[in-house]
Design a protein around this ligand. Sequence first.
Ligand SMILES: C[S@@+](CC[C@H](N)C(=O)[O-])C[C@H]1O[C@@H](n2cnc3c(N)ncnc32)[C@H](O)[C@@H]1O
Length: 232
Amino acid sequence: MAEPTERRNFYGRVHGKTLRASQKDYLENDLESLRLPGVTVEDNPDRTPLDIATLFPTPRPLWVEVGFGGGEHLVHMAALYPQVGIIGCEPFVNGIAMLLGKIRTAGVTNLWVHPGDVRDLFDVLPTACVDKVFLNYPDPWPKARHHRRRFVTPGYLALLARVMKPGAEFRVATDIEDYVRQTLEEVPVAGFDLIRQTGEGEAWDDWISTRYEQKALREGRAPHYLTFLRKG
Ligand SMILES: C[S@@+](CC[C@H](N)C(=O)[O-])C[C@H]1O[C@@H](n2cnc3c(N)ncnc32)[C@H](O)[C@@H]1O
C-alpha cells in the first residue's frame, strides 16, 4: 500500500559537489519558470489534482521521467517528440542544474520539472492520465536490507499504476541483475504486463545512453531493458 505523504522517507542524495557559477545561474534564473506548480505539499497542501489540460498549450500525450539524473534522456525525448509533454522528476540539485543547462542548449519547451520526489507528483496527478513512464538506472540499493527502498516496491508501484492509462508503457533500464529480478517480480503484481526484455545493444529505438549507463559499461556491467504495459 502507498504510504501517506507525511510518513515517507527519501534516502537518496539531494546535494553533491559544489555547483559551478553557471549551474547556480541556471538554478536561480531558469528553474522557477520550468518548475511544475501545485506538486509540493507547500504549494498544494490539500493535494488538489492538477488540471492536466492546462499544462501544455495544446492537448498531447503526457510522459514522466523518474530520476532524470543529468537530464540527457529527458532533453533527448523532449526534442525528439515535440508533440508530447514530459514531466521530469529529480531531487538531486546537481542533476537539476545539469538538466537546466541542457534545456538552454536544446531550446526545448515541452517539459516541466519537479525538483523533488516523484511520489509528490504521483499524488497530485489525476487517475489514468500518463501515457509513458521512464525509469532509467534507478538507485540500486544493493544491500538486501535496503531493497525495500527501491522504486520497484509496492508503495511506489501503487502510486505509479494509479496514474498510468490502461495500455500505457513503463520502461525500466538497469545494470543490476538483482534489480531485474525484483522488477520482474513486483511490477506485474502491481498491474503491468511484461512485453519486452532485452540486453546490451538492444535498447529501445529512440534510446539515448545516460550517464549511469555509461558508468555501468565502463565498470563492466551489462544493461537490461524491460518494457511493461499497464493492464487495461
Ligand atoms: C542512479 S541515478 C540515475 C540517473 C539517470 N536516470 C541516469 O540514468 O543517468 C538515480 C536517480 O534517481 C533519483 N531518484 C531516486 N529516488 C527518486 C524519487 N523518489 N523521485 C525522483 N527521483 C529519484 C536519484 O536522485 C538519482 O539521481
